[in-house]
Design a protein around this ligand. Structure first.
Ligand code: GLP
Length: 238
């Protein structure tokens, strides 16, 4: 994994957005898998700026949602769905045919995962995967465990995931999530991991120890041939 240390969140976001735009210019119809959460918000806003300057840039890109809270209506403001609509799909003008996402309100969660596996078999593999990291080292909702699922699965959320800012204010935050699996992420041609802010200091410190642990899923990225970790000084505790 390459490491790119930035002065602050803005600089980190600019580096990451620049790398995404380079990839899109090289492969205009690339399959771009995106995480939600606070960390990439500015990166996505910068992509929207690029789109305004060059409306053709994202006109063939396909977007895939990495993960989703399970059990919320699709229109709930806490969902990854509403987040992506607001920060990415609307601003970049991605029409429904070029967007693939797990449904938070699926009646049968296992069938919904199978549906996404079929979407990936048809549209995949992922060209570029943008990831954040949970304070417990999770990627998407690939939670720490003694064994990790290869493909899309229903995840039992760790206590720290249920306290994530997206859902913490809910009286009863979701107990489960839906997420792509480790093999789906690792099959990506390129991976960008974004880590920002003081809350990630412990997790980043653990990642930078370069030890592979299924109890710390982000560490598996050390095995990927083309992964880059962008982090800022606040996350590095500097
Ligand atoms: C959340 C999401 C992930 C996200 C991560 C970090 O629970 N499931 O997709 O990348 O945790 O979120 P944040 O960037 O807000 O710290």
């Amino acid at each position: 994994m390459h490491l790119i240390s930035s002065e602050d969140h803005e600089t980190m976001s600019r580096s990451a957005a620049g790398q995404i735009v380079d990839a899109v210019r090289q492969t205009p119809d690339l399959l771009l898998c995106l995480a939600t959460g606070q960390t990439p918000v500015r990166t996505y806003a910068l992509l929207a700026e690029h789109h305004r300057a060059d409306p053709q840039l994202f006109s063939r890109v396909r977007i895939l949602k990495l993960d989703e809270w399970y059990g919320l209506p699709m229109t709930a403001p806490q969902t990854g769905e509403v987040y992506l609509q607001h920060h990415v799909l609307g601003p970049l003008g991605i029409e429904p045919a070029r967007y693939f996402g797990l449904r938070s309100d699926a009646e049968d969660a296992v069938a919904e995962c199978a549906r996404m596996d079929a979407v990936l078999a048809r549209e995949g593999p992922i060209d570029l995967c943008v990831l954040g990291m949970g304070t417990n080292g999770h990627l998407g909702f690939i939670e720490p465990g003694t064994d990790l699922s290869l493909h899309t699965h229903v995840a039992t959320l760790a206590p720290s995931s249920r306290q994530h800012t997206m859902v913490a204010a809910l009286p009863d935050p979701p107990t489960h999530g839906l997420t792509l699996g480790l093999a789906d992420v690792m099959a990506s041609a390129e991976i960008l991991l974004l880590v920002s802010g003081p809350a990630k200091q412990d997790a980043l410190g653990r990642l930078l120890k370069r030890r592979i642990q299924t109890q710390f899923p982000a560490s598996l990225l050390w095995l990927h041939p083309n992964a880059t970790c962008f982090y800022d000084r606040a996350a590095a505790g500097m």
